[in-house]
Design a binder for this molecule. Structure first.
Ligand code: V07
Length: 255
């Protein structure tokens, strides 16, 4: 039985109604939330205002994803490269997790959302980590949408750490080279327990993966939009999912 979800309220830029079937909803959607600083600059505002507005878009995307029946939503909030930004901006960004959680955690709990994190905990300020760990703990038994934040995350670092674990296991005599396969690698990545993303969304016109989930994106559909992240709303997610449903996924094979 195909149930059609019609996205009937459309943004002025894109008045077309899109149809989405509930049969082929991507299970895992990952998002590179780009363009917060550029959005602010265009309006003559400081970059941090862009980050603040970007945080509101995180909420909108989470609700919209949950309504569509998406099971896993991964948001790239802070990369291992973002430490190169001015200290004031980094300090501001590191306050956003607790600010977001102070505003949204109650509602997320009500909606049965499970919060997770991917990335290196070492290096994060204690106040950031404490807020996140509290939210992770409070929601660990929820079985609704998994909202996974990539914070202080880098794809090459994740793979390198995995290789280093392999080396240590072998040195300790607990692992033999023949036992290393893609399953072993998956079990030792930071995304362990999550399926690979079916769909990657990147906003703001850049068409790059930028060190995000390098292993996990091997077969994902990629969807790019010129809009800046703070402008992202439900209709953009519907457009991305509708496009995803139009593509045939072949995993390198035929049919
Ligand atoms: C951040 C807002 C979204 C655009 C991208 C950069 C700025 C939400 C979080 C967050 C993280 C963990 C958590 C709850 C919320 C966040 C950072 C930046 C560092 F448990 N938005 N957001 N974290 N931005």
């Amino acid at each position: 039985m195909i149930k059609r979800i019609r996205s009937w309220w459309r943004h002025k830029d894109n008045p077309n109604v899109v149809e989405i079937t509930s049969e082929n909803i991507p299970q895992h959607v990952a998002i590179i939330m780009d363009g917060n600083g550029r959005w602010a600059k265009r309006l003559g505002l400081p970059r941090i205002v862009g980050h603040q507005s970007g945080m509101k878009a995180v909420k909108r995307a989470t609700i919209a994803a949950d309504e569509l029946g998406i099971k896993y939503l991964t948001m790239y909030a802070f990369s291992t490269e973002n430490w190169k930004r001015p200290k004031d901006e980094v300090d501001f960004l590191m306050r956003l997790p607790q600010e977001f959680l102070a505003i949204e955690l109650d509602e997320l709990i009500q909606k049965n959302v499970q919060i997770r994190m991917m990335g290196d905990k070492e290096g994060l300020p204690k106040h950031t980590l404490d807020a996140m760990e509290k939210a992770i703990k409070l929601t660990e038994n929820n079985d609704g949408l998994v909202l996974n934040f990539a914070l202080n995350y880098g794809g090459r670092k994740e793979i390198t750490d995995c290789m280093s674990m392999i080396g240590r296991e072998i040195e300790a005599g607990r692992l033999r080279a023949e036992e290393i396969n893609s399953q072993w690698v998956e079990d030792h990545l930071q995304s362990t327990g999550l399926p690979d993303p079916d769909l990657l969304i990147r906003t703001s016109g850049e068409m790059r993966v930028s060190n995000f989930m390098l292993w996990q994106l091997a077969y994902s559909e990629l969807w790019f939009t010129d809009i800046y992240w703070p402008e992202f709303n439900k209709n953009h997610l519907h457009d991305a999912v509708a496009e995803y449903q139009r593509r045939t996924r072949r995993y390198g094979g035929l049919s």
